[in-house]
Design a protein around this ligand. Structure first.
Ligand code: ATP
Ligand code: MG
Length: 255
């Protein structure tokens, strides 16, 4: 089933036509890699898909109620907040419910009304089902996987380098586990061991994703389809990349 349908997409900047009347679909099991030369329009495509750039022509139709997450490098980091506090914001709605539950328990202590106890109990069950009490462990697993433990989770977010900043934004996105991910070069700034960890995470991810990368070994491992942008066209191939005559390029049948 399709989660995204792009039809008749055209975009040009000055005299450079990035794509002309391009159409493709993304299905719910697609782990899609985007390849193409530098400046061909890969990042621009993600900007169009997220709605941050209005294309010259074309329609972008997302499946209804699909929760799409993308790496927003311009996200505001609150000065003074620690990395751990920032990562906990991935679960903001669960923490808000926990605060609400505690409030109800406090009300019950002041006025023992069974209805209050029932309400708090329902919330507690929901929070336990969502593993509220394991969230810090989840955060630590992702943080270690991406190498954030080396910086220290109590490190303030306003004193981070650009690379560290990218890593914490990626970590938060993975913790949020949206239905679909849009990732523009997520392995930038990651060491080999952290790329390996991310590879495993993406292989196990149950939703769809679109990932731009120049790292063909990484793409080979995490994708099951490729979008190739070349000469103003976007072609979708199922299957993976391989290297005929030593040249890495997508193979197999266009869909
Ligand atoms: N807002 C803009 N105004 C004018 N030109 C732009 C704009 N955004 C991108 N471009 C140009 O469009 C082309 C495609 O840019 P884009 O960043 O999408 O390429 P890319 O495929 O992601 O490249 P890379 O592999 O280097 O990341 C480039 O030539 C870029 O300079
Ligand atoms: Mg780019």
């Amino acid at each position: 089933m399709s989660v995204l349908t792009v039809t008749g997409l055209s975009q040009r900047f000055l005299d450079k036509q990035l794509y002309q009347d391009a159409s493709f679909q993304v299905n719910e099991a697609d782990h899609l890699g985007v390849v193409g030369q530098n400046g061909v329009g890969k990042s621009t495509l993600i900007k169009i898909l997220t709605g941050s750039l209005e294309p010259d022509a074309g329609t972008i139709v997302w499946k209804k109620h699909l929760n799409v997450g993308y790496l927003d490098q311009y996200v505001n980091l609150k000065p003074g907040q620690t990395i751990m506090e920032f990562l906990r914001t991935a679960f903001a709605s669960l923490y808000a419910k926990e605060a609400k539950m505690n409030e109800i328990y406090a009300d019950y202590a002041a006025d023992p009304d069974d209805e209050l106890l029932e309400k708090a109990g329902t919330l507690q069950q929901e929070l336990e089902a969502n593993e509220l009490y394991d969230l810090d462990t989840k955060i630590e697993t992702v943080a270690t996987g991406l190498g954030l433990d080396a910086i220290g989770l109590d490190h303030p977010v306003d004193a981070l380098s650009g690379g560290q900043r990218s890593k914490i934004i990626l970590a938060k996105l993975l913790l949020e586990k949206p239905d679909m991910l849009l990732l523009d070069e997520p392995t930038n700034y990651l060491d080999v061991s952290h790329v390996e960890w991310l590879t495993g995470w993406l292989q196990e991810f149950e939703g769809a994703f679109i990932v731009i990368s120049h790292d063909f070994d990484f793409l080979e491992q995490v994708t099951n389809a490729i979008l190739d942008i070349e000469f103003g066209t976007i072609t979708k191939y199922t299957g993976s990349l391989h290297q005929p005559c030593g040249k890495k390029r997508p193979i197999t049948r266009p869909t």
